[in-house]
Design a protein around this ligand. Structure first.
Ligand SMILES: Nc1ncnc2c1ncn2[C@@H]1O[C@H](COP(=O)(O)OP(=O)(O)OP(=O)(O)O)[C@@H](O)[C@H]1O
Length: 662
């Protein structure tokens, strides 16, 4: 299928090129995957939906000319809007745009298989709420890793590596010296050539000829960035699965647990040791000076409290030796000094919370008595380096582990979101079916049969719409009182046929429709047409009666296009020609009687009748009565007056109506 993308209607060379940027555009078109098509550069969501629709038509060899007039398009437009209004996700809305009324039995059956399953779905507020967070998964923004590089001395491996792992820099080297140079600039160098194994080079140099086959190990950042970017969508998709009781493609707890450990920037959280190391590094200087100050306060207090007694000879010998206060301290206050140092060490260790680094940290305060107590900055620097190295090692290991866990969830994640989005489309159909109390129509036979049909296009709340029964086959005229519901009946016929041929259930208790090749719905024109427009309309009908396609022709008050006398003749002529075709046609007209007279063939005239007048308002039977020319509103009023007033004038008037009706 779709070998040449340009074979699809509306796909030119430029669009084909854009589609070719996708991993597998043909597969995406086959799967009707609007979201994937919309990922092609420069293709908007709306355009993607149109391309997919054109691809479906192409697949079914479907002309796409079903909607033959503006009004027919409008009916489709309102059904589509009704469906889209019931989707939660933007994706769902676009996907619904791929539903269109088709003349192809295969296409209708294909969608019916989907919609029949869909209407079984129970839409619940929890599912709809969860769906609001679902969107198609996105590729993360470019990930760049700067502390690692790949190295090779082979040109082919070089380009393979750039292709496979674009996140890191790939360097072409000549010999071990080249690797050594790289090791000075990067914390890790991954050499891709077996030939260098065993070569001794300073720094973190790993010879890994198989590295390209496991990118997750080299750049765990890739998987992490993907999940970090899509975390919210995945959580929402998981919630949808739970709320809807869908079978998930992976263990949802495991997915959520792994996501829990991932920060928005792709780093790993929730590791106590990593947190401690980070805090220790940040607070090291402050902790050291706090420990130092505390030790000094303690020592000062001890010195202040002490009376130092020293014998004169001792003092003399000390002074003669040039000894300072330190030696005095050492001699006289050794215990106090030791206690102060010990408390400084304890404070520092307490602040760092890192037992593994205890012995080095203790060395920050040495045993040499001095006053004031001073830390050894070289020890602190070493400690800092150790802590940073350990933190980086640990962070890298955690990333690696999490990336491995998440890497396995990459495909299931895609399936999880795909299923949630598909459910949105199903639920939109299900809600449409429930809101308009739809049933699946039989698509067979000639003409249309509707029982209890209710047009969702009416200007009254749906629960107040009165059900209509109507069966048409061949060519009929539909007469009826003013505002009786003639236009609404045409709309109902149109909506039922369009929805049925979209593969949807229809708003009726029961329905059967013929599979038509086209819907030609001519809406009522506002006022008479000028000569040019009149000619154009006639030409349209000329083309229509000549075509041999099986059509549903709905025409609303065509007489309004010109003078009543001429109109009746024209409509009669059109009806005659249509009678010879395989079309089903309903012409709404106030001139039904005149048209029937003018026509050379037998034309069925159905009527929407007033049952009577109630408080000055007509009560109407909305279901057209077969073979019954409806009485007009004036006739009804005259009849009422004749009955109630008894004056002969009214009875005579009524007699004239009766004579005309015969
Ligand atoms: N099945 C129905 N249930 C409830 N209300 C209806 C129904 N059909 C029609 N109506 C009401 O009657 C109004 C007039 O309907 P519609 O325009 O279809 O009548 P019409 O016979 O085509 O009128 P006109 O003679 O003016 O062309 C609608 O706007 C709607 O309010």
């Amino acid at each position: 299928m779709f070998e040449d993308l340009k074979a699809i209607d509306g796909v030119g060379a430029k669009t084909a090129e854009r589609l070719a940027e996708l991993d597998d555009p043909r597969e995406a078109l086959e799967a009707e995957n609007v979201a994937e098509i919309a990922r092609a550069p420069g293709i908007s969501d709306g355009r993607a939906a149109r391309i997919v629709r054109a691809a479906i038509r192409h697949r079914h060899d479907d002309s796409g000319e079903f909607l033959a007039t503006d009004r027919a398009e409008e009916l489709y437009g309102s059904i589509l809007e009704s469906l889209k209004a019931r989707a939660v996700t933007a994706y769902g809305e676009k996907r619904l745009e791929t539903f269109y009324p088709s003349a192809s039995a295969d296409r209708i059956a294909e969608v019916r298989a989907f919609t029949e399953r869909a209407v079984e779905r129970e839409p619940s507020p929890e599912i709809l709420e969860a769906l609001s967070g679902v969107e198609p998964l996105e590729a993360p923004r470019d990930v760049q890793v700067r502390d690692r590089c790949l190295a090779t001395n082979d040109a082919e491996t070089f380009s393979e590596a750039r292709e496979a792992i674009p996140e890191v820099s790939v360097e072409l080297i000549e010999d071990a010296r080249g690797i050594a140079d790289l090791a000075r600039g990067y914390s890790t160098v991954i050499v891709l050539d077996e030939a260098f194994s065993g070569v001794e080079i300073d720094g973190d140099v790993r010879v890994r000829p198989d590295a390209l086959s496991d990118p997750t190990e080299i750049v765990p950042e890739r998987a992490l960035a993907f999940f970090a970017r899509n975390g919210d969508r995945l959580r929402a998709a998981a919630a949808v699965h739970r709320a809807a009781g869908l079978e998930a493609p992976c263990d949802l707890d495991a997915l959520e647990g792994a996501l829990e450990r991932l920060e928005g920037d792709g780093s790993v959280t929730g590791d106590e040791q990593l947190r401690r190391l980070g805090t220790a590094i940040d607070d090291l200087d402050a902790a050291v000076s706090m420990a130092e100050n505390a030790a000094n306060d303690r020592l000062r207090e001890a010195i202040e409290k002490r009376d130092v007694t020293i014998e004169g000879t001792d003092l003399l010998s000390l002074v003669e030796r040039g000894a300072g206060v330190d030696s005095l301290l050492e001699r006289e206050l050794a215990d106090e000094y030791a206690a102060a140092i010990e408390s400084a060490r304890k404070r520092l260790l307490g602040a760092l919370e890192l037992p593994d680094h205890e012995s080095l940290a203790r060395g920050a305060f040495n045993e040499e008595p001095t006053f004031p107590v001073e830390h050894d900055e070289r020890v602190i620097e070493r400690l800092r380096e150790e802590l940073i190295a350990e933190r980086d090692r640990r962070a890298a290991r955690l990333k690696q582990e999490l990336a491995e866990r998440l890497g396995e969830l990459r495909d299931p994640a895609e399936a999880l979101v795909g299923a949630a989005l598909e459910l949105d489309v199903e639920l939109a159909v299900s809600r449409f079916a429930r809101d308009f109390e739809c049933t699946f129509p039989a698509i067979e036979g000639e003409g249309i049969e509707i029982e209890g049909g209710r047009s969702p296009l009416l200007d009254v709340p749906f629960e107040d719409v009165e059900p209509v029964d109507y069966t048409v086959e061949g060519v009929s005229l539909l007469s009826g009182v003013n505002s009786g519901g003639k236009t609404s009946t045409l709309d109902l016929l149109g909506v039922v046929v369009v929805a049925a041929q979209m593969g949807l259930p229809v708003p009726a208790e029961r329905a059967r429709v013929q599979r038509f090749e086209a819907l030609h719905y001519q809406a009522k024109t506002q006022g008479t047409l000028d000569a040019g427009a009149f000619e154009a309309t006639l030409r349209e009908f000329g083309a229509l009666v000549e075509s041999d396609r099986t059509r549903l022709v709905l025409v609303d008050e065509l007489e309004s296009i010109t003078e009543p006398g001429a109109s009746a003749v024209i409509v009669a002529g059109i009806l005659e020609s249509l009678t010879e075709s395989d079309s089903t046609a309903v012409f709404v007209s106030h001139l039904a009687g005149e048209i029937r007279e003018a026509a050379d063939v037998d034309v069925t005239v159905d009527g929407i009748e007033a049952i009577g007048l109630e408080n000055g308002e007509l009560r109407v039977n909305r279901s057209p009565v077969k073979n019954q020319l409806a009485r007009s509103t004036p006739e009804l009023i005259v009849e009422k007056l004749a009955e109630n007033e008894g004056a002969p004038f009214y009875s005579e008037l009524l007699g004239k109506f009766d004579a005309e009706g015969d």
